[in-house]
Design a protein. Sequence first.
Length: 402
Amino acid sequence: MKIHTTKTPHGHYTNRSYQLDSKVQEAYKAKHYPPTSFATKPQNPNPSNAPATVPNTAHHSLDGRRPDIASLIQEFSHLSIPVAEPETDLSEPPPCPIADLPHEILDEIMYALAIKDVAAFARLARVCKHLAFLVMTEEIIWKRVTLGHEYGFAAMHYTYACDLRGNALMTTQLLDDDTRRAPAFRDLTPAVWPTYRSQFRHRPRIRFDGCYISTVNYTRPGTSNQSQYTWTSPVQIVTYYRYLRFFRDGSAISLLTTAEPIDVVHYLTKDNLHEHHTGGLPSSVMKDALRGRWRLSGPTLGPALLSEEEDITKGPGEYTKEPIAGIDEEEGDVHIETEGVIPKYMWKMQFAIASAGRRDGTRNGKLNWKGFWSYNRLTDDWGEFGLKNDRAFYYSRVKSYR
């Protein structure tokens, strides 16, 4: 095939082939570059790059809908703990003592681990499929974790359990003989959540093995130099931090400072706070720390009963501004009351408990602002602070406070 070009009187070139056949480029490509001259690429049999040991072909996106996590975990029920492969073909496989343990002893080990560190217990699911099945389905262990006071709802308070100074209040609730704590929560399984594991993961709760940190950054106009002319206006960046730590007895510590978390989190203890208030100074970062108390919104089991002496020492409105006891609130909020900067004031904060990040974020690891108020004990007045520059609190686990 030849392509002829002619020159017009005006100096332009025209293509006669395109005038005779508008699809001449496709004919030229089919003659000189046929499809058989190119090797076809094999299709990827595993488009999701899932490991080949995964049972079922659910990871193939072309084979239909993916199964849910419950059916996938159920396929691991007949598997056992695998042993390590031998180093060579002639050597024996290394011993695996945990694979020979009876099921009852393995459950006791996992039970003790869950009480000591529930995060380490959950990470057992990464070891093998058999342990993943046990972690996901052992309701006896999850019930102990959910109803226990280490990480569960036995440590949650839906009414204030202490005053602003951390002194326990007398309540009309009966103490549990085993835990010696007020049963201030209701077990909502299976009314709302089908399993104890889902209740522990999704029901709003406070975490005690760390603190909540809010990092605030904002800009404001800076001061220009009057002795020289500049084309730009200086801008000052202001950064400060808010810290909240909750305790199982219903008390809390609130701190507003410019010190970074690495210089603060290890000092957020009651000992340092009490030493500061009695005249000692364990660390300069605790000079502005405030004592307080907290409670969750939810089912209330009765009003707090204060003695006559406590009624005299407490200022007006400190305990009378709460919702009427006995009326259930919607769960998901945390209420915090702290001391003010000067004795005549008291601060009150309200947050919504949420998960940090997206779908795989930390459960109950975020506190979103819902309101910030001040109460004047002398005038019995409430004032509301603006939340223009304040940011949400994010949970940070602290390995040790020592």
